[in-house]
Design a protein around this ligand. Structure first.
Ligand SMILES: [Fe+2]
Length: 340
């Protein structure tokens, strides 16, 4: 099944047009939930979602919430994927429009709140807590407050279908203590450090996407895995090669370049450790702390715009340079260079 089939289902159900602020009725939302339940159980649908989301991921924008990879014409319904690191939660937040949410991989624990009581008392009043496991699909029909959390030690992937008016004030809000704003896309021009954060996020998300892509039984599995590899770290690219039987020779040397040419980096040496620092909008941030054995390599990368991992200076073995290269790449301060 494919994303086009979702479009067909939505057309069949007759959801309100984008310009119409009316909510779909309960029977329509339940039917939509059932359709989404069938769709997310198929590898074809997941492949379509991941493939479109990888295109979105390749853009220079940091995700601070759900960012749609596709907006359905006419209804304006938004399709997005949620990548949840272990422990991740957006905190308690309100949905003012309709949503249908599916757990595609792993699970989420969801705390719901009594919205009416919360509004009256202006403090969050807990209602239910439940576990949403893989394949489970829920919906929100009326304005609601909830807080999903990935309480597991593995990444969770979720699919979100939401109405075009979700997040828009419904008119009866009073301030509720502890309620987070719905954070959607807050992308802007890629400031130097934001570029590093975006790169780190892209590496983590493409890694999650690749592990899922590898499990899919689909003719485009290979193309999807290669798309993940293009966005991910050198280690992911090697893993993908292994999955595809490309005869990968192992990770020994590769070229890294600074995520943003104006990213400001420097190093300090203290008590047998060398620290690589970055200038961030919130002040200096320690990005990597390693043994002083790597001091000259860290001093070098703080200055270099581009370098080969095996050219890192200092008394390091070949495998130590590989380890350091992997650690440097994981900071997001540097990315794999695709220069030929
Ligand atoms: Fe939510």
């Amino acid at each position: 099944m494919t994303l086009e089939m979702l479009q067909t289902q939505i057309d069949r159900l007759g959801l309100p047009r984008a310009s119409d602020t009316a909510r779909p009725d309960l029977a329509t939302l339940r039917a939509l939930r059932d359709s989404v339940t069938d769709l997310v159980a198929t590898d074809g649908f997941l492949k379509d979602c991941l493939s479109r989301d990888l295109t979105l991921m390749s853009q220079d924008r940091l995700r601070t919430g759900l960012v749609p990879f596709h907006v359905l014409p006419e209804t304006g319904a938004r399709c997005a994927l949620g990548y949840w690191a272990p422990g991740a939660t957006p905190g308690p937040h309100q949905h003012s429009g309709w949503t249908v949410t599916a757990v595609c991989r792993n699970r989420l624990e969801v705390q719901t709140f009594d919205r009416q009581a919360s509004l009256e008392q202006q403090v969050l009043v807990a209602k239910n807590r439940f576990l949403a496991t893989v394949g489970q699909v829920g919906y929100i029909a009326e304005p609601a407050i909830h807080a999903p959390t990935n309480t597991s030690n593995r990444w969770t992937l979720s699919f979100h279908l939401s109405g075009p008016h979700d997040g828009v004030n419904v008119g009866d809000e009073r301030p509720i203590s502890g309620l987070s704003e719905i954070t959607s896309d807050r992308s802007g021009p890629a400031a130097p450090y934001v570029a590093a954060l975006t790169q780190r996020q892209r590496q983590r998300h493409s890694n999650v996407a690749a592990r899922i892509a590898a499990t899919l039984n689909h003719p485009e599995r290979g193309a999807l895995l290669r798309a993940c590899a293009r966005l991910g770290t050198s280690a992911l690219a090697r893993w993908v090669s292994e999955q595809l039987g490309d005869g990968s020779a192992g990770l020994t040397d590769w070229e890294l370049e600074r995520s943003h040419s104006e990213l400001e980096l420097w190093h300090t040496i203290d008590a047998g450790r060398v620290t690589l620092w970055a200038t961030t909008p919130d002040g200096p941030r320690a990005e990597l702390i390693v043994d002083t054995l790597a001091a000259s390599a860290i001093a070098f990368v703080a200055e270099a715009a581009r370098y080969r991992v095996q050219d890192l200076p200092g008394a390091l073995s070949r495998s130590e340079r590989v380890e350091l290269g992997i650690a440097l790449e994981h900071t997001g301060l540097f990315k794999r260079s695709h220069r030929p």
